[in-house]
Design a protein around this ligand. Sequence first.
Ligand code: NAD
Ligand code: GLY
Length: 351
Amino acid sequence: MKKIIVKASVEYPVLIGRGILERLGEEVKQRIRPCKAAIITDTTVEALYAAQAECSLQEAGFTTCRYAYPAGEGSKHIGTLSEILEFLAEAEITRQDIIIALGGGVCGDMAGFAAAVYQRGIRFVQVPTTFLAAVDSSVGGKTAIDLKAGKNMAGAFYQPHLVLCDVDTLDTLPQEVFADGIAETLKYGIIGDAALFGKTASGAYRAELEEIIAACVEMKRDIVMEDEFDNGVRQLLNLGHTLGHAIEKRSGFSITHGHAVAIGMYLIAKAAEERGIAERGLSDVIRDALESNGLPYSVEYSAEEIAEGVLKDKKRRGGEISFVFPVRIGHCEIVKIPVEEVTELVEKALK
Ligand code: NAD
Ligand code: GLY
């Protein structure tokens, strides 16, 4: 089992290993005295892993209760958050108790936000069960829900007390959902690790999943420890996300987060080449990596349709919006673009 310590406003370990879900109760107990543990999960993950998580927690002395919402991004809204908060109150969860977020990024973001606001904040544990959540969303303390206006528009920075990633749970992921995590892994490679990119691009990582997850988490740990509240270097983690979020939203979430980020990374690489920021041929390298991993790189929407979503992005600051431009594999730069130039940027990216 690998153990990576994140030292942010909360210091916590990220445990990555095979078969470690059965150790959940013991690992939580090492940090938090036995209390009530409210498991928040979705209906798919509930059927697969809730009983095992509950059993482990109960054996370690915790009492458990459970809330499951319908799986998918469509549930990541204020209505579900409100139901979770009412459930916590009805189950008489207090500030001494904990929330266990058992599931993918939607679960972690939503249960984490509930933990941040319920009784002004209770402790929570991330148990990521998608590849995307393992490499990215379970670490770093960004929690959120979507609003009608856009992705992750309401949320909080709120760190977990423990992240426990049982790599065996990824075995039940449908290939399409697994691929969402490949997109985020390629993102880490493009931001700062050419070797990780090469390994992921070639598909030669399945046997080394633990190492790949650990490499991404280590990179995220370093970034979060330098800039927990997203004022600087952490924005690099948004590579492909500004266009990706607009595409995801435009599709009514039929295009998943990871797939939308894949398209966003390719398009922004094309725009970066067009502006002379990126090495020539970089977008082709990224496209090939996406294609060989079964990820998309194009979309039917017009530049105006995508730009409309971009302009509502929460990264907009007055008359400017920050984009992460890839320069070469392993290096990116954050560039502020005036809002008047956004449609033109998207037009060039779509050419
Ligand atoms: P998700 O949580 O909806 O999971 C995707 C699907 O996989 C769901 O249908 C789920 O039921 C299913 N599933 C989960 N684990 C499974 C398993 N082990 N076996 C079989 N099926 C399983 O979505 P996601 O792709 O994990 O996360 C996407 C979300 O994460 C987006 O909302 C995005 O905004 C957010 N995100 C947040 C951060 C952050 O830093 N907080 C970073 C990246 C993405
Ligand atoms: N996934 C982006 C971040 O954590 O900052």
